[in-house]
Write a protein that binds this ligand. Structure first.
Ligand SMILES: [Zn+2]
Length: 119
């Protein structure tokens, strides 16, 4: 759902371009909020782990490879599915802004003091 114009953004578009996309209705730059992407990844990992646990116990000709393959598939399927349901879009800032890394004023100040004392 586009936060700018209120129109629905196709779920496939959200999944395939979750790092950034344009709203098909109003051309606003959008991105999936970090929280929902984290939730999707966490859910995918949880399901992958579950699948691995379940399939690992069944002795089978393929032995070790199958659980890994299945859990990998589970992650690949579940993660985008969860993202589709929980994804909340937000408007992205139009130009990529480089934020100054030295946001910790106290640390920067102490470093500066140290350098000054040495000099
Ligand atoms: Zn829009």
């Amino acid at each position: 759902m586009c936060p700018h114009c209120g129109n629905t953004v196709p779920a496939m578009r959200v999944i395939s371009l979750s790092d950034g996309m344009e709203c098909p209705h109003c051309q606003t730059r959008l991105e999936v909020a970090n929280g929902s992407r984290m939730a999707a990844t966490a859910a995918g990992l949880a399901v992958a782990w579950l699948v691995w646990r379940v399939t690992r116990d069944s002795t089978n000709i393929l032995g070790f490879a199958l659980p890994v393959l299945l859990s990998f598939l589970a992650f690949g399927i579940v993660s985008p599915l969860v993202l589709m349901f929980v994804a909340s879009l937000r408007t992205a800032p139009p130009p990529p802004v480089f934020e100054p890394v030295a946001a910790h004023g106290g640390h920067a100040a102490s470093v500066h003091d140290h350098a000054g004392g040495h000099h």
